[in-house]
Design a protein around this ligand. Structure first.
Ligand SMILES: [Zn+2]
Length: 449
């Protein structure tokens, strides 16, 4: 087999790996580059192969940095099957439709600013629709035989539906970790990689040089709740619509159950969060909540359906919690909540996930007192707290455990991480197993197994 990395190299976005097997060429993931302008520019670069010649695409999970370029692949002629788990397909419907509408508004903004260099959106809702029709749903742990190859998705424990991919041709087999979860995720079960022999493993290394903090998340949230109850103030949490919002709902639900004195109204203010939560409820049992508990947890907050309703809530007396998207405060309703509430020093803004460079969320976390979002000025007097405990990615020890599950002669390729992180992780792995062949993947370079 030959593998070539066309994304998620020296960065954590834009996952896209070409696999040439004895029976044709396949693609694993086809994600958007996200982040700074020079990152997003890469979404318009020509593909490094002919999309029409791919036999199929395997999609490890729905996150847009793994799935978000699929509609462009389809608009450029790919017409084969896209294999993914059922939950991934359903989440993709929401995420890709949202991505197409973001593409539309970003293109409009660009064209208004650069009338002489006007351009078309990366893709449209029609492209998304065509893409969704190509999905073929798979269940976990089932061998699927195509012409000359066999593949299997195993649970990766990262978010709902997320899978690792085992791919075998007539000669070799390779495991893609996909985004790989942790053993102690709030919602997901620990990953369960395949127990077969493999020749190579492609591992994500987002947290390859770090260990997650192990202090008690609920204790941190309890302290924050006590503070907003005493001050009658508001806790605003910008949160990712997939996984993070549901994990927060679950944590608060459990805290309120254990200690009813801490119960305060919890508002979910984002149409995306509401849609994604409905899918989590539908797939209860695929993660730590069974149907009965999922129903209880996801029906505990109040979902604010209409924008007007969400604006009115800003005038309501605290204590209360508002969880809203987007997670990095780049848009969505969280902007108006912060505009109304961030200038009160009694309120608390809780940052609940990774904040990309140059995003408003990163600026808030860094303590800037005035942040501009889409031309709107937001004054920040509220207290800023950071909860870095909820990552959906495994840390160094989770990833090393995965690699060491297989013998030392298995080749290791590291991707999906900053260069420095992956180099450190490689060093760490080779200290533990000096004989292991570990490669930090390079962009557009082809590796033969
Ligand atoms: Zn992911």
């Amino acid at each position: 087999m030959n593998i070539t990395f066309f994304g998620a190299v020296e960065t954590v976005t834009g996952s896209q790996t070409l696999v040439e097997t004895t029976s044709g060429t396949y693609l694993v993931d086809c994600g958007l580059f996200q982040g700074t302008e020079s990152d997003t520019k890469r979404n318009r670069h020509p593909f490094g192969y002919d999309p029409k010649k791919l036999k199929a695409v395997f999609l490890t999970h729905s996150h847009i940095d793994h799935s978000g370029l699929l509609p462009r692949l389809v608009s450029e002629g790919f017409n084969g099957p896209i294999y993914a788990t059922k939950a991934t397909r359903e989440l993709c419907q929401i995420l890709l439709e949202d991505s197409a509408s973001l593409q539309k508004s970003e293109t409009k903004r660009w064209n208004d600013k650069n009338p002489k260099q006007s351009r078309r959106p990366l893709y449209t809702q029609e492209d998304v629709e065509k893409t969704l029709q190509l999905f073929r749903s798979c269940v976990f742990d089932e061998d699927i035989h195509l012409n000359g190859i066999t593949f299997k998705f195993t649970p990766a424990g990262h978010i709902l539906g997320a899978a690792s991919l085992l791919l075998k041709d007539q000669k070799q087999s390779i495991l893609f970790s996909g985004d790989y979860g942790r053993k102690d995720d709030i919602l997901m079960f620990p990953p369960s990689p395949p127990t077969t022999d493999i020749d190579a493993i492609i591992v994500e290394g987002t947290y390859g040089d770090r260990l997650h903090p192990d202090d008690d998340v609920k204790e941190i949230l309890r302290e924050i709740l006590k503070e907003i109850i005493q001050e009658k103030s508001v806790l605003v949490i910008p949160a990712f619509a997939v996984a993070r919002s549901q994990a927060l709902m679950c944590l608060f639900y459990e805290i309120f159950e254990q200690d009813p004195k801490l119960e305060v109204p919890m508002m979910m203010s984002s149409p995306m969060i509401e849609k994604v939560t409905a899918i989590y409820e539908k797939f209860a049992g695929e993660y730590r909540l069974d149907q009965k508990n999922a129903k209880k947890v996801f029906n505990s907050p109040r979902f604010l359906k209409w924008k007007k309703e969400s604006e009115n809530i800003n005038r309501r007396q605290g204590p209360m919690i508002i969880i809203s998207a987007s997670g990095m405060v780049t848009g969505g309703r969280v902007v108006h909540h912060l505009k109304a509430l961030a200038d009160d020093s009694k309120n608390i803004i809780l940052i609940s996930g990774y904040q990309g460079e140059e995003t408003p969320g990163r600026k808030i976390l860094d303590g800037e007192k005035r942040v501009y979002i889409d031309g709107q000025k937001i004054d920040i007097q509220a207290k800023i707290k950071n909860l870095s405990h909820l990552s959906a990615h495994g840390d160094r020890s989770d990833l090393a455990e995965l690699i060491h599950y297989y013998p030392e002669n298995v080749k290791v390729f590291l991707q999906h991480g900053e260069q420095k992180t992956l180099n450190n992780f490689k060093e760490y792995l080779q200290e533990l197993r000096p004989g292991q062949d570990v490669t930090v993947a390079e962009h557009a370079k082809t590796y033969s197994l």
